[in-house]
Design a protein around this ligand. Sequence first.
Ligand code: ZN
Ligand code: ZN
Length: 271
Amino acid sequence: MLPITLLMLVLHAGAIAALFVFSWPAVLSAVVLYWLIGGLGVGIGYHRLLTHRSFKVSKPVEYALTVLGTLALQGGPIWWVVTHRLHHASTDGIDDPHSPRNGRWWSHMGWILHGYTLRHDISNAEQYAPELARDRFQVWMTRYHLVPPVLFGVALFAFGGLPFLMWGLFAGVTLLLHTTWMVNSVTHIWGRRRFETRDDSRNTWWVALLTFGEGWHNNHHAFPATARPGFAWYEVDVNWWCIRAMQMAGLASAVRLTGVDAKATAVNDAG
Ligand SMILES: [Zn+2]
Ligand SMILES: [Zn+2]
């Protein structure tokens, strides 16, 4: 059995076990941590900043967001970025790591259990994430990406005992794994297509709510570089609100908004 499969089994068993140590403070802390890790770490850090460079931050801010991203147990920053840039380079094509055209189960979790990302060659990093491959901190974080989650688990246990550990890490991170994978599976299967992109990407409102805005995925594939894929006022994009707040606080600059005005020229908004 691949180590990744064992890790997934342990995480899912832990998420179920959390039900037996229910406590409201632990659940509320898990909700906050879900946002910190999923919104700031994965959505803003790994995705909009490291993969698409849709805004600029100082190195300390970039590294802090990166460490939050590692807590999601979705792999180190360089491999996450390489996988996602491969997805954009060949969306629903032959080299897409996780297209539903290769099976719905494959696109959601099968590709993870198969250890697909672990099979990346180092030359992939040099080709698809050269700027990260030259950054010693990002290389170190990628190599030791399990260190922050382990320390995080120890801290949770020390702070709130077993309920905080089971809810904050096992339940929260397992839920976040599935909602992140839904962006690969669900938003390439169900939802509305505003833009006639060459892939199967869709805007799926409930995935957007669960992922703080990452579910406006057809908008995202049409305009990957924008920091704000939630184009319309009703397209709730919490990650964009955070980037805007960071911009107003002087923490983010050069925020790219390509495509936000393109809604007016949308080809097809009927789904
Ligand atoms: Zn996609
Ligand atoms: Zn993307």
